[in-house]
Design a protein around this ligand. Structure first.
Ligand SMILES: *Cc1c(COP(=O)(O)O)cnc(C)c1O
Length: 385
């Protein structure tokens, strides 16, 4: 066996068709899209077409799409950009307690330089409390940022309701939609979302490229200065091969979403059922409102890191919480926010499925887990209270 890759939440392999679309831009088409000569216009054509594809996938307009180096940068531009543009109007920002670090660390920073930040609580499934949102809004609130779906536990937020609450009160709403692209339908002509971040390598595109959707008229200040690329919001010569790859990847990812999600969710449920057959294993996240590829479990009386290493020896690639927290001793802020105690959080595992996974791989993973958990629990019975 080649190895079972169950870490699509961290990154996905590059789709063959995406690579094919990128190759001409790594070989023949080397011009700078800003140049006036024919080399430049060829490059510019590729850039424009990619922008149209991203816009079409989200039902937005091309001039509302800004290419970035990924979602980390897109989140920073959106959040810090609004903070800069609107600081004279208000200095209060609302987010959730289970955001990705690209959002959390950005608002923490703003908290240090004079902004007030509210971290909304979530219920035991990871769903944001809408009453708390409404209650926390003040005259000073300029931005609400809540992720579309969580990268660790897969919980899908009621972002349409959140967006409506914000729209009614004239407050900007940004969402980190990285994990949703290709799994949940997005329609920005209908959803009152002002800004949205995405990253290509989470949906079979290349690493190091992403985009920020910014609704026409949204006031946002630039963070970087230099050229006029991306209408000055993200200056610097464009990563054209990456951008072309992103265009093709989002086109593929957003076609036939319903069927693909249904099939992936069936595999996910097969894995969940199998894992829950093991004694003292609990599912984290919402049983229904969850990403079709996400499984997150707590295996009581076992160390998550040991599980991860033993799974790796069997050729199964999974993750403990998010990639960024892996290797650190701090329990995941997401698992803590849904109420897990330190020890239960430490024994947690994320298995994120993708389009190449098979039922055979899932069954192999279940059997491997059964074996490993039994052995680990025998080895360290002291953990059992
Ligand atoms: C992966 C991820 C990011 C960061 O994307 P980069 O490509 O590393 O910039 C942000 N938010 C979520 C929810 C993610 O899963």
């Amino acid at each position: 066996m080649q190895g079972v890759y169950l870490d699509h939440g961290a990154t996905t392999p590059l789709d063959e068709e995406v690579l094919e679309a990128m190759l001409p831009y790594l070989k023949e088409i080397h011009g700078n899209p800003s140049s006036v000569h024919s080399f430049g216009s060829k490059a510019r054509k590729g850039l424009n077409e990619a922008r149209e594809k991203v816009a079409a996938a989200l039902n937005a307009s091309p001039e509302e799409i800004f290419f970035t180096s990924g979602a980390t940068e897109a989140n920073n531009i959106a959040i810090q950009g609004v903070a800069r543009a609107l600081s004279s109007r208000g200095r209060h920002i609302i987010t959730s307690s289970i955001e990705h670090h690209a959002v959390l660390d950005t608002v923490h920073y703003l908290g240090q330089v004079g902004f007030d930040v509210t971290f909304l609580p979530v219920d035991r499934y990871g769903i944001v409390d809408l009453d708390a949102l409404v209650d926390s809004i003040t005259e000073d609130t300029i931005l609400v940022t809540v992720m579309t779906a969580n990268n660790e536990i897969g919980t899908i937020q009621p972002i349409e309701k959140i967006a409506e609450i914000c729209r009614e009160r004239g407050i900007y709403f940004h969402t980190d939609a990285v994990q949703a692209i290709g799994h949940l339908p997005i329609n920005l002509k209908e959803q009152p979302i002002d800004m949205l971040s995405l990253s290509a390598h989470k949906f079979y595109g290349p690493k190091g490229v992403g985009a920020l959707y910014c609704r026409k008229g949204t006031k946002i200040g630039q963070l970087c200065f230099g050229g006029a690329q991306e209408r000055k919001l993200r200056p610097g010569t464009e990563n054209l091969p990456g951008i072309v790859g992103l265009g093709r990847a989002i086109e593929l990812a957003t076609s036939d979403i319903e069927n693909k999600s249904k099939n992936l969710a069936a595999l996910r449920d097969r894995l969940i059922r199998g894992l829950l057959e093991i004694e003292d294993v609990r599912l984290n996240g919402h049983p229904q409102k969850r990403l079709p590829g996400n499984v997150n479990v707590s295996v009581l009386y076992v160390e998550g890191e040991s599980l991860l290493l033993d799974l790796n020896l069997k050729g199964v690639a999974a993750s403990s919480g998010s990639a960024c927290t892996s290797g650190s001793l701090e329990p995941s802020h997401v698992l803590t926010a849904i109420g897990l105690d330190h020890q239960t959080a430490q024994g947690s595992l994320r298995l994120s499925l993708g389009k190449s996974n098979t039922a055979g791989e899932i069954d192999y993973t279940i059997n491997s887990m059964k074996e490993i958990v039994q052995r680990l629990r025998k080895m360290s019975p002291v953990l059992k209270k």
